[in-house]
Write a protein that binds this ligand. Sequence first.
Ligand SMILES: Cc1cc2nc3c(=O)[nH]c(=O)nc-3n(C[C@H](O)[C@H](O)[C@H](O)COP(=O)(O)OP(=O)(O)OC[C@H]3O[C@@H](n4cnc5c(N)ncnc54)[C@H](O)[C@@H]3O)c2cc1C
Length: 292
Amino acid sequence: MKPAPFEHWAPTSVDEAVKILSGLDDPGDAKVMAGGQSLMPLLNLRLSQPAHIVDLNAVTGISEVYRERDTLVVGAMCRQRTAERSEDVAAAVPLVVEALTNVGHPAIRNRGTVGGSIAHADPAAELPTVALCLDAELVAQGPGGERRIAAADFFDGFLSTALGEQEILTAVRFPVDGPGCGSAFAEVARRHGDFAMAGVAVHVRLSGDTIAEARIAVSGVALTPVRAADAEAALRGATPGDEAFAAAAAATSAALDPASDLHASGAYRTHVAGVLVRRALATATDRARESQ
Ligand SMILES: Cc1cc2nc3c(=O)[nH]c(=O)nc-3n(C[C@H](O)[C@H](O)[C@H](O)COP(=O)(O)OP(=O)(O)OC[C@H]3O[C@@H](n4cnc5c(N)ncnc54)[C@H](O)[C@@H]3O)c2cc1C
């Protein structure tokens, strides 16, 4: 299969890319291309037939990973494999590395980008779930300049985000783990590398042997990744252990109502999400104790 014809643009800066998008008669008839690992199949199958492709692969300055005080900034064009292998990412936000090992296969991660996965916003994908769990900020640049969007406001529907048609995602800002923090990612997929039927990202902060804060995001159970707010509230101030984790798992499952599809029934996804929350909380708490 070959894509329908399109005009290919190869800007070398974000400003130029934004200028190209905003200069088009219909910016909605353009697609930004990052690693192409989701976009190219859509083009080849002609499920998407944009008249313009604005290719970010020659754009400089948006692939870097660096620290800004308590924030790790990951450039949108940072390849997933680069982030996965980065010691800086592993030290600052280990949840990103753990989640990335579940994204497709190494060949896909060699091309796929951190920003591309988040902009694509597949509800079963790992990185959007991690961004939501960690309250990451998404940095977008458009004709009006730069703005930061909280992950909680970014994913607004199935494969849909708060990015405007003339905006480019330039970076993801993750809060850095401090002492007493621990995280874990867990998912169930039919085969390793497949999109998960359900997955969870968990982050806890301990104060002594009390859970000061817990954040839980679940993938594959709705049109967007979702936070398990009731479970988070139940964990705040609790003593970590089987009882608290089982209550959090039950609260997570009770709040979900996923649709059934070819891959799994809604009831199965709900059950799996609860089991994964329980397991991930146990792992994250062990890691948090080690980091105290
Ligand atoms: C066989 C296979 C298995 C896979 N398995 C998984 C998996 O298990 N989990 C998973 O999460 N992913 C999986 N993927 C998808 C992979 O992670 C992609 O890399 C990712 O979804 C998109 O990243 P990309 O850089 O390739 O973006 P592209 O495919 O280039 O773009 C994806 C979408 O995001 C938009 N976009 C990209 N970058 C930007 C930007 N900077 N600003 C604005 N818009 C942008 C594009 O316009 C497009 O709509 C799989 C892919 C394949 C082919």
